[in-house]
Design a protein around this ligand. Structure first.
Ligand code: ADP
Ligand code: MG
Length: 716
């Protein structure tokens, strides 16, 4: 493979130098291009152009109480209306272009609109809100295509703390590399990337978090970048990739970016204040001030630009520092920035006319001769990996980019594996959960040890069941942080189609099941035999299944809540409240007919109702079992203190009055009588089980919808 000559601004440069080719060969081998009929794959450099990007946001200032009290009503309404209609222009007519093989750096003070511009370029702002156009090789990018050929590295590193660097990259490879690649080739790609990113020494170290020691900040950053460049994107966006890093780490990160650019990508990054060394790696700079472009050209032109503007740069001064300081000064003077913006516009005009002549002289063929999709095909032929593209697809540009790299079952398998690997390295969490439930079960078993069949035991059994069912749901709250911790990783991954949201929902459910089975089995066996519940082996099996169904419904419900609430603390608050309602309306504290009509719906959505009624039926369905016999009828009445002989004669009197035989061994209350008293008459125990399982599925489906709605990942 020879170097590809590109012509920009009349300059010539070899994009794939021989040095790079050696490093890239491993990667390039991974796309099998045999049998593809593309005649003469011409190298067409990608150019991302953006013009007149304008983005405004509505600002809603707080209406303070003094505001409301001080002004008359009329004034307040007028004031708040004018406040509501205030808009802030975050991007103001920003234009420019970024070219393949180069790094475009967006600079400016904090709050000048760097991240917003990156979002605008990466199609992360909703269509209606952003004005202006963004094109790649003169073609408007469809969002589907952009998702596949681009990557966005966010400002924060969102990684699984307990996976090693190599594992993290390997999972990314499984998600994003074409399904036609064998595992060994994916592994090869990961190894190449580890070397490219300079992560060899940290390959087997875990990422770490606040509680666990892991890789250094600079290495973390490079892993984050590695995840997003695993499929060798054509367009790479990075929001402040060097912020918070020491000078050497920052330099290494940008060096990696330069290498990516040289391998045929467009790299666009925002940067706060690049060091002198880093500046040497940047090809184009775009300075923003309050959302306006104040400079857009190469670093070499910067001193001349300011000199032309009338602010000559002193010798031996850091040019970036100088530029940022002058911009800050101009921001402070009225009309200062406007004059710089206008000067830059005039300066750009001169540059464009200069370049047009150069292109005319140096390149005989028009620059964008191939359509965008053909250009992407050619790019793949040159060794770029595009997620999911197979060798057969390459010749047909229309089917070039399947939306997802893997089939759904593969995604589920990889997601489940990753989740298990991560949680296996945190055994304490699991141990504490099992331990807590076991302790509760043990206390239960000892408190309600071997219940007898007296009238008092009815109340004790009811109390035991109500509390046991409450405990199953309560213990599911432990699942709450699982998704909340992963949410931003999930959003990052799904934003660029690493996997389907539905796969995540299914994998999430599958991973949690073994734990639930274990918890249900332990809790059910300790309490069933300890308390001495009825029904023998079949009774136990049903009891276990019902426990499992409760855990399943409970954990699904908690998962749904975690999809809706923004953080763990709010999640716990919501769960505590909901659990209280569920318990109150379960039918234990108040039977159904005593619940006010306008609250009855809460009875029917109370998950505890179904499990409570189910285990009651399992316990009391046996009509031969007697709970109130002979004189025990007085046990729960004021007559309980009378001597036994008097109670016997009372029974005899009752027998005479009622005209039916009643003696010391007559049974007054059987199990089914209790069920009737408690109003447990609507559903059979198997129907209750079915309803619980169905609730679980319903919550998982609703969770899927919250993911669909809640993770758009775009600004409005
Ligand atoms: N949705 C929004 N509502 C109000 N202000 C916003 C919104 N989005 C961005 N901004 C404002 O726009 C400016 C630019 O933000 P940003 O692009 O994040 O800046 P930078 O990345 O350069 O620090 C900031 O002043 C920020 O407060
Ligand atoms: Mg920012």
């Amino acid at each position: 493979m020879s170097g590809v000559v590109q012509v920009y601004d009349g300059r010539e440069e070899i994009v794939l130098s021989n040095l790079d080719i050696q490093e890239e060969t491993l990667v390039h081998q991974t796309v099998d291009i045999s049998g593809v009929m593309i005649t003469e794959p011409r190298s067409v450099p990608f150019v991302l152009s953006f013009s007149n990007l304008t983005y405004c946001v509505k600002v809603f200032p707080k209406i303070s109480i003094s505001n409301l009290c001080g002004a008359s009503r009329k004034q307040t309404i007028f004031k708040s209306e004018s406040m509501l209609s205030r808009t802030k222009t975050v991007l103001d007519n920003v234009s420019g272009e970024a070219r393949e093989g180069e790094i475009l750096a967006i600079l400016g003070a904090s709050g000048c609109g760097k991240s917003t511009l990156m979002d605008a370029l990466a199609n992360r702002i909703a269509k209606g809100s952003l004005k202006g156009t963004v094109t790649l090789n003169n073609e408007q990018l469809e969002s589907r295509l952009l998702k596949v050929i681009s990557a966005y590295v966010m400002q924060d590193d969102l990684l699984f703390p307990m996976l090693t660097v190599e594992e993290t990259l390997m999972f990314a490879a499984e998600f994003r590399l074409p399904r036609t690649l064998t595992k060994s080739k994916k592994r090869l790609r990961v190894q190449t990337l580890i070397d490219q990113l300079g992560l060899r020494n940290a390959a087997n170290t875990v990422i770490g978090d606040e509680g666990h020691r892991g890789v250094s900040g600079g290495e973390r950053r490079r892993v984050s970048i590695g995840i997003d460049i695993i499929h060798d994107p054509i367009l790479l966006f990075l929001d402040e990739p060097t912020s918070g890093l020491d000078s050497t780490s920052a330099y290494m990160v940008v060096k990696v970016l330069q290498r990516i650019a040289k391998s045929g990508s467009i790299v666009i990054m925002s940067v706060h204040q690049p060091s002198y060394r880093i500046l040497g790696l940047l090809d184009q700079l775009l300075f923003l001030s309050r959302g306006q472009t104040v400079y857009s050209s190469s670093p070499q032109n910067l001193p001349r630009f300011f000199t032309d503007f009338g602010l000559p740069m002193p010798q031996n001064e850091d040019i970036i520092e100088f530029a940022l300081d002058r911009i800050r000064e101009l921001e402070a003077t009225p009309g200062g920035i406007r004059s710089l913006v206008e000067f830059n516009r005039a300066w750009q005009g001169m540059k464009i006319s200069r370049r047009k002549t150069n292109i005319y002289v140096n390149s005989p063929s028009p620059l964008h001769e191939l359509s965008l999709k053909e250009a992407i095909s050619a790019s793949i032929l040159r060794g770029k990996l595009v997620s999911g593209a197979t060798s057969n697809d390459i010749s047909r540009a229309s089917v070039l980019v399947p939306k997802f790299a893997n089939p759904i079952w593969k995604e589920i398998a990889v997601l489940a594996k990753r989740s298990v690997t991560n949680s296996r390295r945190m055994p304490k969490l699991f141990g504490v959960r099992v331990g807590a439930l076991m302790t509760t079960a043990f206390i239960f078993a000892s408190v309600f040890w071997n219940l007898d069949n007296t009238p008092k035991s009815i109340q004790e059994r009811l109390g035991f069941f109500a509390f046991a069912m409450y405990i199953t749901f309560n213990s599911c709250v432990d699942d709450l942080p699982v998704f909340l911790h992963e949410r931003y990783i999930f959003m990052r991954e799904t934003a660029y189609n690493a996997y389907r949201r539905s796969s995540y929902v299914v994998a999430h459910a599958i991973v949690v099941l073994p734990t639930l089975v274990l918890l249900a089995a332990l809790f059910a066996s300790l309490t069933f035999w300890g308390v001495g519940l009825d029904g023998g082996l079949s009774g136990f099996l049903y009891y276990f299944l019902m426990m499992l169904a409760s855990f399943w419904a409970g954990s699904s419900f908690v998962t749904l809540v975690s999809g809706v609430v923004p953080n763990v603390i709010l999640g716990y608050t919501v769960m505590v409240a909901i659990l209280a309602y569920f318990t109150l309306f379960s039918g234990f504290y108040m039977t159904r007919e005593r619940i006010p009509e306008y609250w009855i719906w809460l009875h029917y959505i109370s998950l505890i109702k179904f499990s409570f009624e189910a285990v009651l039926q399992n316990e009391f369905e046996n009509g031969n079992k007697c709970f109130v016999r002979g004189v025990e009828i007085f046990d729960n009445s004021p007559l309980v203190g009378l001597p036994n002989a008097i109670k016997m004669s009372l029974l005899e009197n009752m027998s005479n009055t009622l005209g039916m035989p009643i003696n010391g061994s007559t049974c007054f209350t059987t199990g089914p009588d209790i069920l009737k008293q408690r109003g447990v008459t609507e559903l059979s125990k198997w129907n209750c089980l079915f309803v619980m399982v169905a609730w679980g599925f319903l919550f998982r489906i609703l969770f899927y919808f919250t993911l669909l709605l809640g993770s758009k990942n775009k600004r409005s």
